[in-house]
Design a protein around this ligand. Structure first.
Ligand SMILES: Nc1ncnc2c1ncn2[C@@H]1O[C@H](COP(=O)(O)OP(=O)(O)O)[C@@H](O)[C@H]1O
Ligand SMILES: [Mg+2]
Length: 420
């Protein structure tokens, strides 16, 4: 069986690792040096829909998985399916749940799914007027479209809010993604990521997790793509889980069906546990990165079995089981990330397969291989995963081993999962 995964980061490395088994021939486009130990990497850009369809057709791919936001929002799944390729992931009509925050906010309002109060704007004068009349800070300004995780501004003052509005709507800082904005109420509480499989009928969540977005310890520094994750999320208690399932997880799937936009794939629910219960901060239309690396490391059910059940709309017939313990990932990054950084630094501590036995697994986010050596090739370079009987145990395991792997100017957070 031939399987193609589209993408080339740690998330795709984790998906490939979960799919790897005898009798399965794996391809990844474009992949990376770590992935190349498990799959044949093909040099096609993630947004090159025609190129991916051509490759999948010529190579007679039996199953394709698309897990990056941009190709999903652009309709890569639709294109693959039209070409007769069996594909896992939401179609364009459903991927809008991530591609347009204005759409997802309107959806939640229409179907009474708990979320922050908001208004949306395309005109800056109207937006600024609204901020003035609300007169409540902090306030949250969001570019509606995809913005590489940089499109959200938490404004502490009127001036900051106004600047964000002007940058998005007048100066065009995020291009088309910022032509419409959402201004929303600032909520407080711990955040929880829930990655759930759905076939449009039933929802089967994986273990809950907690991301750490800021670059430095104590949640200081700039926002990043994610510096580390723990699972399970200690704030996602059984009680919260039950409320979230009934008021958010299921209603979202039903709302998408009612809109004629049935969602099939992995839906990522970004939740905040407020004192009024769990509320949706945002949806993503695919596995989160680095949440996927941790959740898939704890997944007991064969990923391919779940993927098949989603595509064939019989997810209710199977269980999605996770291990009882905990897992942690700490991202090793290039000095300077998320701003400018250098690439091409030799990574020490990896064997020929890009692994180190001290860890459950080393997922590669941004690496290349030259003359048999692994070199850094991105801001986030490696994701080091440890498992344990609980979070403290996993945390000890990761931090007592982490310095076995390094490269010049590398850095990581020392407090993923909380201070030790
Ligand atoms: N209404 C809100 N109240 C408080 N914090 C928020 C709110 N909306 C977003 N945030 C914070 O900003 C982060 C990014 O916002 P999100 O909507 O997830 O956008 P994206 O992931 O696309 O950048 C969230 O993880 C959360 O920490
Ligand atoms: Mg987010």
């Amino acid at each position: 069986m031939k399987i193609l995964v589209v993408g080339g980061g740690g998330r795709e490395h984790a998906i490939i690792k979960s799919l790897a088994a005898e009798g399965r021939q794996l391809f990844c486009a474009p992949g990376n040096a770590g992935i190349s130990n498990l799959a044949t990497c093909v040099d096609i850009k993630i947004n090159d829909i025609d190129g991916i369809v051509k490759f999948a057709t010529e190579e007679k791919i039996d199953l394709a998985l698309v897990s990056q936001d941009e190709p999903l929002v652009l309709g890569m799944v639709d294109a693959l399916q039209s070409a007769g390729i069996r594909t896992f992931g939401p179609n364009k009509a459903a991927a809008i749940i991530e591609g347009s925050k204005a759409f997802s906010k309107d959806l939640m309002k229409k179907y009474n799914i708990p979320t922050a109060a908001y208004e949306k704007f395309t005109d800056s004068a109207a937006a600024i007027e609204y901020i003035k009349t609300q007169n409540s800070y902090p306030t949250v300004i969001k570019a509606s479209g995809l913005a590489l995780g940089k499109g959200v501004i938490i404004a502490q003052t009127f001036e900051e809010a106004k600047e964000a509005v002007v940058e998005m709507l007048e100066i065009g800082k995020f291009g088309d993604s910022g032509k419409e904005i959402v201004i929303e109420e600032f909520l407080t509480g711990p955040e929880v990521s829930v990655l759930a499989f759905t076939d449009g009928h039933c929802v089967r969540p994986m273990i809950s997790s907690k991301d750490h977005k800021r670059a430095f310890d104590n949640d200081e520094g700039l926002n990043t793509g994610g510096m580390g994750v723990i699972a399970p999320n200690p704030f996602y208690t059984d009680e919260v889980e039950k409320i979230a399932y009934e008021t958010i997880l299921i209603p979202t799937i039903e709302a998408m069906n009612a809109e004629g936009r049935t969602f099939k794939g992995v839906l990522y629910y970004g939740l905040m546990i407020t004192d009024k219960g769990p509320k949706v901060i945002e949806y993503n239309c695919r596995f989160g990165d680095p949440e996927a690396q941790v959740c898939l490391s704890l997944l007991k059910t064969d990923l391919l079995e779940i993927v098949d059940a989603v595509i064939d709309e019989r997810l209710s017939e199977i269980e999605v089981k996770s291990e009882d313990g905990a897992a942690i990932i700490v991202m090793m990054c290039s000095g300077g990330y998320p701003e400018s950084y250098e690439k091409g630094k030799e990574i020490t501590g990896l064997d020929e397969n890009g692994q180190n036995d001290a860890f459950h697994y080393v997922f590669h986010s941004g690496t290349v291989k030259k003359d048999g050596r692994y070199l850094s090739n991105g801001g986030r370079v490696l994701g080091l995963v440890a498992k344990g009987k609980d979070i403290a145990d996993a945390q000890n395991s990761i931090y007592s081993n982490i310095d076995k792997v390094s490269f010049e100017k590398s850095f990581y957070r020392h407090d993923i999962g909380g201070k030790r």
